[in-house]
Write a protein that binds this ligand. Structure first.
Ligand code: HSE
Length: 431
């Protein structure tokens, strides 16, 4: 995109016109004069590609711009704003734009976490840019924070709550003591969770965002395949009650950190100490804690989803893209020079909380402690709650251990006569 004369206007093509697209149009039209001042060029909405023209839309949408010809919108734009859900046809349309040297602004974490590397390479080869602040944590400026503000520092860990639906569900379970399924039904009724909530509750949405943030923070390629993922559907009211009793709250965390062998990225529910900043993130909010060598610990917090917040991030990217277009400068390219190997997070040391149902009689604690000692797993805390009929519930928190060592302990505990059941095993993070 080289221009000797600054262009008078920038044609913005929109792919998708759902909740976020509608708010992008509203901001583009109602803030037109301010955006022109900030971008240095008029942002002109040139086309809106939709799947069907027979859908009732917000009156703010200029119906004359609606079309089902998405490729035509791409070809007729200077910047493409892609707000489609899922990989197809988004991947093909983004590839088409970039091949033509057209910069894209995307909110599509699924396609970026899966096909990002190919798209970034095409962008670089063709002098185009890929902007994606809205793909991770909605309005929260964590992509720019990591990519630009921390460009001079070394990030050592990223720890985030990247899915609002699951944070809402866990938060309600914690407040009310209710079970997962009851709160999920409410989250669906409130429109937080999708009718098919698996991408949220099984952790896949957070994993896509984790892959994107890990790539940026560690200047390496991380895709969705590199992120072992567990969701929250097995978390019970009893897990939450035990966590509360031990001074923790359960959150679905996305974690990316470097170790001696490379970069480990994972998504799973974890206990967070009540005094950790992520413990105070309630409802459907998102937050990301970034540790960097020089900056120390930073926290990014705000609305991670929703039409207006996500549109805010899209417009910010659009203004950045427009400024570059006006100046004729090359957009930022993918930073992958560090090329850290992505390692199995099972090698990372983590604390664990283990809940056991055991016989309530003399010598049981000693037997259990012996198993931990035999595997060199040190215990930090232990609490016993008497239940009924001679059974007790034991809650143990270990010091940092690998998953392999912990699994060996749990396997042996399961063989002990006084251990009736291993009720749950959860990681403890945020120390
Ligand atoms: N479904 C996501 C969430 C929002 O609940 O946070 C879009 O990424």
């Amino acid at each position: 995109m080289n221009h000797s004369e600054p262009p008078a206007r920038l044609r913005v093509g929109l792919l998708g016109c759902g909740t976020v697209g509608t708010e992008v149009v509203r901001l583009l039209l109602t803030h037109r004069a301010e955006l022109t001042q900030r971008a240095g060029v008029e942002l002109e909405l040139s086309g809106i590609a939709v799947r069907s023209l027979d859908v009732e839309r917000d009156p703010v949408i200029p119906t004359e711009l609606l079309t089902t010809d998405a490729a035509g919108v791409v070809d007729g734009s200077d910047v493409v704003v892609e707000l489609l859900a899922g990989i197809d046809p988004a991947r093909e349309l983004l590839a088409r734009a970039l091949a033509a040297g057209t910069t894209v602004v995307s909110a599509n974490k699924a396609v970026l976490a899966t096909d990002g590397p190919e798209l970034y390479e095409s962008a670089e080869a063709n002098g185009a840019g890929v902007f994606f602040e809205a793909a991770v944590a909605g309005a929260v400026p964590v992509v720019r924070g990591i990519r630009e503000s921390l460009a001079g520092d070394r990030v050592t860990r990223v720890l985030g709550i990247l899915n609002g639906t699951t944070n809402f569900i866990l938060d309600e379970m914690t407040r009310e003591g209710s079970d997962f399924s009851a709160v999920l039904a409410r989250a669906q009724a409130l429109g937080y969770a999708e009718a098919d909530p698996s991408a949220d509750v099984e952790g896949h949405d957070a994993a896509a965002k984790a892959a994107i943030l890990a790539s940026l923070a560690f200047h390496s390629r991380v895709t969705l395949r590199d992120v072992p993922t567990a969701g929250i559907s097995d978390i019970t009211a009893a897990d939450i009650a035990a966590a509360t009793e031990m001074g923790f709250v359960i959150k679905l965390l996305a974690i990316a950190e470097t170790g001696p062998d490379g970069l480990a990225v994972r998504v799973h529910p974890a206990l967070v100490p009540l005094d950790h900043p992520l413990a105070g993130v309630h409802g459907a909010y998102n937050a990301v804690v970034v540790d960097a060598e020089a900056a120390g610990t930073l926290m990014f917090y705000g609305a991670g989803a929703g039409g207006q917040p996500t549109a805010s991030a899209v417009l910010g990217d659009l203004v950045s893209a427009a400024r570059l277009h006006v100046s004729g400068a090359r957009p930022p390219v993918e930073s992958r020079y560090a090329a850290l190997p992505v390692v199995d997070p099972a090698s990372v040391h983590t604390r664990y909380l283990i809940r056991l149902e055991v016989a309530d009689r003399a010598g049981v604690l000693a037997e259990i402690a012996r198993v931990f000692a035999a595997h060199d797993v040190s215990l930090e805390t232990l609490r016993q709650v008497a239940t009924d009929e001679g059974a007790a519930s034991l809650v143990l928190v270990s010091h940092g251990q690998t998953e392999a060592a912990l699994s060996a302990v749990v396997a042996e505990l399961g063989e002990l006569e006084p251990v009736h059941r291993v009720l749950s095993i959860l990681r403890v993070e945020g120390h």
